[in-house]
Design a binder for this molecule. Sequence first.
Ligand SMILES: Cc1cc2nc3c(=O)[nH]c(=O)nc-3n(C[C@H](O)[C@H](O)[C@H](O)COP(=O)(O)OP(=O)(O)OC[C@H]3O[C@@H](n4cnc5c(N)ncnc54)[C@H](O)[C@@H]3O)c2cc1C
Length: 454
Amino acid sequence: MTTEFDLVVIGAGSGGVRAARMAASHGASVAIIEERFFGGTCVNVGCVPKKLFSYGSHFPQEFALAEDYGYTVKGWEFDWPTLRDNKSREISRLNGIYQRILNQAGVTIFEGHGQVLGGGKVSVGETVLTARHILVAVGGKPFVPDLPGREHVRISDDLFYLDTLPKRVAVVGGGYIATEFAGILHGLGCQVTQVYRGALFLRGFDQDIREFIAEQMKEQGVTLKFNADVASVEAINGEKHVNYQGGEQAVFDEVFYATGRIPKLDDLFAEGAAPAMTEGGAIKVDDGFATSVEGLYALGDVIDRVQLTPVALAEGMWLAAQLYGEHKPEAAMDYHNIATAVFSHPNIGTVGLTEEQALARVPAVRVYKSAFRPMRYTLGDKQERSLIKLIVDDATDKVLGLHMAGEDSAEITQGFAVAIKMGATKADFDATVGIHPTAAEELVTLRQAVLVTA
Ligand SMILES: Cc1cc2nc3c(=O)[nH]c(=O)nc-3n(C[C@H](O)[C@H](O)[C@H](O)COP(=O)(O)OP(=O)(O)OC[C@H]3O[C@@H](n4cnc5c(N)ncnc54)[C@H](O)[C@@H]3O)c2cc1C
């Protein structure tokens, strides 16, 4: 078997698989090394299983709603192992697909731990591979702060394989993963407390959206414990006792920590082979994903720019085209106006600047807002609501940001992201005839603005 390649990729996750496939399609000889699971975080312990669980967690709400439409839904039960195992079967199918895609693209697969040795060499077990270019796409791993009782808490990966679904759960963290987990576990029937040390979760998202989601979650019955710091966790008689700073205590069956992710650099570089790092501990790269070591590249979560699968995919394609493509990219990768979603209950969809970010760049913005009850809920007394918000540069009329919380927000935002990426103005939105009756039409019928200045 050959051990010499044009490109060796370490990590068969979102970015690595895409870069390997595209490089091979441009004619490069490519090897990829994977130590854990094909498809990486997103497929195995991230976006995909999470979204499947999110779908699963909506059924009780749907059963209740069905009654407003005249159905009698009696005696339903939920079997956690069925959801967990059906999910795992689907993930195994996807693992197989990822391996097949790589094989079909002519990429040589090595299973095991990859280590960069320096001098264009990478080891995987006893085998040493040589390459002109080496790409590190090893992703990240959950970060749990060093606290007494750390061994008693679980991380996001664990949720996907739990033997039994706990009754009382604490989800510690205020980011999107913690918020999604809180919604999923609550939907599946757990009593959930989301614990966050800040005053309001989802930092970085638009303030109105953050407040709206907090309100909606509280109304659904999730306990939001903000301004709370966990001092220690004890395991007593199978229960987890959480001791907060300040002395307060609470008892749960499980405590999940979703307090951020850090680059997965474990044993990745042999002594003297590591490139320069950022202050935050990620691999430092330039606009072309080149590290400080000649021939060594990095992308995806390990460079900690935007930790999203479509971003890692785009970076992988960009680099493959740059290194081996006939047509090189004309410009550096564009990180502006990346649409994203939070699969909280309800969903959030967002693209562009928040009101706060917009005001840091332009002197005045027009803010259009609408809060409404989706039509689906109007036959009963369900109080689910949606909020949409458009931020427009007052001087140029350009739409700088679109934020939505509520049913189908993620799906709706994707389409509008194209318009915003193209530089749509509020006048363009106004000139678009809506689709009636939909929630999305609200976005092209917003008329009342508030002028906000910096
Ligand atoms: C719970 C959760 C939910 C998420 N939800 C979303 C979402 O809804 N939408 C979204 O866009 N993103 C989501 N993400 C983020 C997304 O999963 C990541 O941004 C994406 O997977 C990053 O891709 P990557 O290629 O950088 O790394 P990864 O996909 O993590 O792949 C890295 C691969 O490298 C392997 N590896 C690591 N070290 C070595 C080594 N030394 N040798 C060999 N192999 C190695 C790993 O096993 C892994 O397979 C979520 C993440 C989590 C944790």
